[in-house]
Design a protein around this ligand. Structure first.
Ligand code: ADP
Ligand code: MG
Length: 340
């Protein structure tokens, strides 16, 4: 902190239900809010003047807080509004319209990355490998275009955290395809993107910065106990169900055995993806690396999970950035980002 100005930081969080007036911060954090807990704890060490706000379905408390507390910067951990994760970009638009600096990605980057077809069209145009795909909006029948080859992965078009992704998302016949499309339309009330399944290693690449980027050491999700001929997918259970992870030997670790030239190619591809999708602040790019060393884009995650134990912070740590310093860097990138 030496020589750095002490800042007024508003940590902005979301909720999935109205907050009870007597609800304490400790109670909020106890509800599976590891990222919020870790970030607030880091701020305890950084010496800034910190306040927090939890929003659910109204921006009025945020407007009041901006007026009353007059923060220098908003640390943005709010990525849903009224139980809708597609509204992350609207929260950020509100901050942009107020001209208040905030951490992480701006509204354009959030919008482009959330839409799994638009992001792939942009990257495909720039000759980055993306899986072949088709979009099937709600209200349309799940008919597979002949150019799309099995096996196929059927996903919600605009979701994250593997909501709606299970082993049944992997389809090998037209009947399975139709069934899964209908299931996502009805149960997840989401349009569908169906992508050719790319077999290969699952890599997670963490990137920080606005113009000049640093790429942190590459992580990998390995499927130790999944038989070789089975599909390997980071399903909802694969991400969040500890017992399931144990049973199938799913482990997030640093990627080993990548040749230096390949590692550089991956880093360079991820820098390009980050810029092409107009991500700012920090992000994690998810890739598949095929047996013949082709790098396929799967998904870009602006504002990835920041909990200290998760991939982004672990990658930063491996590169020598301790957690509170990581939070400080994210704050400084937020303050220097050029917004709309
Ligand atoms: N085209 C694909 N080929 C192979 N695996 C895929 C493909 N698309 C998704 N997956 C698998 O499904 C996981 C979740 O897909 P993703 O598009 O990242 O959804 P989410 O936004 O919910 O994380 C990926 O991490 C990967 O394991
Ligand atoms: Mg993903």
């Amino acid at each position: 902190m030496a020589g750095r100005k002490r800042l007024k930081v508003l940590v902005l969080c979301d909720a999935v239900e109205p907050t009870h007036p007597n609800h304490t911060l400790a109670e909020y954090l106890a509800g599976d809010r590891q990222t919020e807990a870790d970030v607030l704890q880091a701020f305890g060490k950084l010496g800034h003047q910190t306040d927090h706000l939890v929003i659910f379905d109204s921006l009025e408390p945020l407007r009041q807080k901006l007026e009353g507390f007059q923060p220098d910067v908003v640390f943005n951990l709010a990525d849903q509004f009224r139980n809708n994760r597609a509204f992350d970009q609207n929260i950020v638009s509100f901050l942009e319209m107020h001209g208040i600096p905030f951490t992480g990605c701006g509204s354009t980057g959030l919008t482009l990355c959330k839409h799994k077809a638009i992001s792939k069209k942009i990257l495909g145009y720039h000759r980055i490998h993306v899986p072949e795909f088709v979009v099937i909006p709600r209200g349309r029948k799940g008919v597979r275009p002949k150019r799309l080859k099995f096996p196929i992965l059927v996903k919600p078009l605009k979701e994250e955290a593997s909501y709606g992704i299970a082993q049944a998302s992997f389809v090998e016949t037209d009947d399975q395809f139709r069934e899964r499309v209908q299931f996502i339309h009805e149960k997840y009330d989401n349009d569908v993107i169906a992508e050719e399944y790319i077999e290969g290693r699952e890599l997670y690449v963490s990137v920080i910065g606005n113009n000049r980027l640093q790429v942190f050491p590459i992580r990998e999700l390995v499927f130790k106990e999944v038989p070789p001929d089975e599909p390997k997918i980071a399903t909802y259970k694969a991400k969040w169900d500890e017992e399931y992870r144990k049973r199938w030997g799913l482990v997030n670790q640093f990627a080993v055995g990548l040749e230096p030239s390949l590692e550089r190619a991956i880093q360079q591809t991820c820098r390009r993806i980050y810029h092409l999708l107009t991500i700012d602040g920090y992000g994690r790019i998810d890739l598949r690396l095929t047996a013949n060393r082709e790098i396929y884009f799967i998904e870009a995650n602006p504002n990835p999970v920041l909990a200290a134990e998760e991939d982004f912070a672990q990658s930063a740590l491996k590169a020598g950035t301790e957690y509170p310093q990581l939070i400080e860097r994210i704050v400084r990138s937020g303050m220097s980002a050029l917004r709309e």
